[in-house]
Ligand binder design. Structure first.
Ligand code: C2E
Ligand code: SIN
Ligand code: SIN
Ligand code: FE
Ligand code: FE
Length: 393
C-alpha cells in the first residue's frame, strides 16, 4: 500500500502541494489577525480582478439605540466619506432598502432622489457615479451597510448584481464575525459584572454614557489627527470594560459612603492591574489573543488612571507614554463620575464638571481630549437624555 503511494509521480505531488500552498498563501490575510480595514482592502483587490469598475468599498455600522449610521472601514483610491454619521431615518432610500432587505442600486448618483447628502456630495466630488448598497443583517438585526461605488455610471446592472450580492454576503459574514465576537465578549462581561454586584453605577446607563463620551472625544480627535473610524468604533466597544478589575475590589471599599483610608485607597488602586490580568485570561479563554485590537483593550483597562503629569497609577506614566485610548477613556470616565452620584459623592452639574475637567486638563487629563468633550455640550446632553439612570443592576 505504502509502496503504491510512493509510486505516484513525484512531480504531480509537488505540483499539487504547490497549488495548495499558493491557495492558502493567497487567502492568508483573511485568517491573520489583521485590522478589518486590511482585510477589506484585500477582498476589494480580489473583487477588482473580476469587476474592475468597483473602485471603492466601504462599511458603515448601525447603532440601533440612536438610529445612527457611522463610517467604519473603507477601501479605495481615495476616501471622500470619512468620520461621518447620519440617522438612518434621514435617508429615505436607505431606509426603504433596510425595510425591504434588498440592495439599493443607484446607477447615476447625479440623479439621487431627495437631493444630495454629505456622503453623496463627497462621492460625486471625488468622481464617483454609481452606488451599490447592501443591508448587512445579523438575524433580524441591521448590523450596518456595505457600499460599493464606481466611477463609471451604469455599471451595476443585471449579471453583475448577483456577483455583488454574493460578495456582499461574504463581507457581511467577515464583518459580523469580527464585530460580533467583540460584542459577545463585551456583552458577556457587562452581564457578569451586572449579575455579580449590585453597584448600579457600574452597569447599565453609566457604561452606555461613558462609552459614548469616549466615542465623542475620539471622533473629534479623528477629525484633526490620524485616528481611524475603526479605532473609534473599537474604543466604543472597549471603553465600558475599563473598570473590569473593580470586580475584585471588595464592596466595603467600593460602596463605602465616605472617603477611603490610605490602606483602602491602595487596595482600590490595584483595579487596573487586576483588570489587565482578567483581560489577558479572558482573551486566552476566548482564543482571541491575536485579536487585532487586543492591545487597545489591554491599554484601556491598565492605563485609564494614569495622569499626564505622571501622578497617576499604577505605573506613573507621563504624557504621550500613556496610549491615546487610555487618555480618552480617562476623560470620559472622570466626566461621568463627576456628573453621576456615587456612594461617596453627589452628582455635579455639567457646568461644574466642565470647570473641573478644565482644571484637571492643566495637570492630570489630556487637554486635547478635554477640549474635544467641551466642544460638544449639546451632544453630551443628548447622551445624558438618552441614557438616564435606569435603576438597572
Ligand atoms: P469612579 O467613582 O468611577 O471615579 C473615577 C474617577 O473619576 C476617579 O478616579 C477620579 O479621578 C474622578 N472623580 C470621581 N469623583 C471625583 C470628585 O469628586 N472629584 C474629582 N476631582 N474627581 C473625581 P480615582 O480617584 O482613581 O478613583 C477610582 C475609583 O475609586 C472610583 O471610581 C471609586 O470607585 C473609588 N473611589 C475613589 N474615591 C473614593 C472615595 O472617596 N470613597 C469611595 N467609597 N470610593 C472611592
Ligand atoms: C459611505 O458611502 O461610506 C457612507 C454613505 C452613508 O453614510 O450614507
Ligand atoms: C447616500 O447617502 O445615500 C449616498 C451614499 C452612497 O450611495 O454611497
Ligand atoms: Fe477605574
Ligand atoms: Fe470608572
Amino acid at each position: 500500500m505504502g509502496q503504491e503511494v510512493g509510486c505516484l509521480p513525484l512531480s504531480d505531488e509537488v505540483w499539487e502541494e504547490r497549488l495548495l500552498f499558493e491557495e492558502r498563501h493567497q487567502l492568508d490575510p483573511l485568517d491573520a489577525s489583521l485590522p478589518l480595514r486590511l482585510k477589506l482592502e484585500f477582498l476589494h483587490r480580489m473583487i477588482r480582478q473580476h469587476l474592475p469598475f468597483v473602485h471603492r468599498a466601504s462599511v458603515v455600522l448601525y447603532d440601533r439605540s440612536t438610529d445612527l449610521l457611522k463610517t467604519f472601514v473603507a477601501s479605495g483610491e481615495d476616501n471622500p466619506v470619512d468620520h461621518y454619521q447620519a440617522r438612518l431615518a434621514d435617508s429615505a432610500s436607505l431606509k426603504r432598502m433596510v425595510e425591504s432587505r434588498r440592495p439599493r442600486v443607484i446607477n447615476d448618483l447625479t440623479l439621487l432622489e431627495g437631493g444630495h447628502s454629505r456622503p453623496a456630495q463627497g462621492l460625486l466630488a471625488a468622481g464617483y457615479r454609481a452606488s451599490y448598497a447592501f443591508p448587512m443583517f445579523h438575524g433580524n438585526r441591521l448590523f450596518g451597510i456595505l457600499f460599493f461605488n464606481s466611477r463609471e455610471a451604469g455599471v451595476f446592472k443585471e449579471g453583475v448584481l448577483q456577483d455583488l450580492a454574493m460578495l456582499s454576503h461574504m463581507i457581511t459574514l467577515l464583518v459580523i464575525n469580527e464585530v460580533s465576537t467583540l460584542r459577545t465578549l463585551t456583552g458577556a462581561l457587562k452581564t457578569a459584572s451586572c449579575l455579580t454586584r449590585h453597584r448600579d453605577w457600574e452597569t447599565g446607563s453609566h457604561l452606555e454614557r461613558m462609552a459614548r463620551y469616549a466615542r465623542l472625544i475620539a471622533r473629534s480627535l479623528a477629525e484633526f489627527g490620524d485616528l481611524s473610524d475603526e479605532f473609534v468604533e473599537h474604543l466604543f466597544l472597549f471603553a465600558p470594560l475599563h473598570d473590569l478589575g473593580k470586580l475584585a475590589v471588595p464592596d466595603r471599599i467600593l460602596l463605602k459612603p465616605g472617603p477611603l483610608t490610605p490602606a483602602e485607597r491602595r487596595e482600590m488602586e490595584c483595579h487596573p492591574v487586576t483588570g489587565r490580568e482578567m483581560v489577558d485570561s479572558m482573551l486566552e479563554n476566548f482564543g482571541l489573543e491575536s485579536l487585532s485590537y487586543a492591545t487597545m483593550l489591554r491599554n484601556v483597562v491598565e492605563f485609564h488612571h494614569e495622569a499626564m503629569d505622571g501622578s497617576g497609577y499604577p505605573h506613573g506614566l507621563k504624557g504621550e507614554e500613556i496610549p491615546v485610548e487610555a487618555r480618552i477613556v480617562a476623560v470620559a470616565d472622570v466626566f461621568d463620575a463627576l456628573t453621576s452620584s456615587r456612594p461617596y459623592k453627589q452628582a455635579w452639574s455639567n457646568e461644574e464638571a466642565f470647570a473641573e475637567l478644565r482644571r484637571m486638563a492643566r495637570s492630570r487629563l489630556d487637554p486635547a481630549c478635554v477640549e474635544a468633550l467641551l466642544r460638544a455640550p449639546d451632544e453630551v446632553e443628548e447622551i445624558q437624555r438618552t441614557f438616564r439612570e435606569d435603576g438597572l443592576g
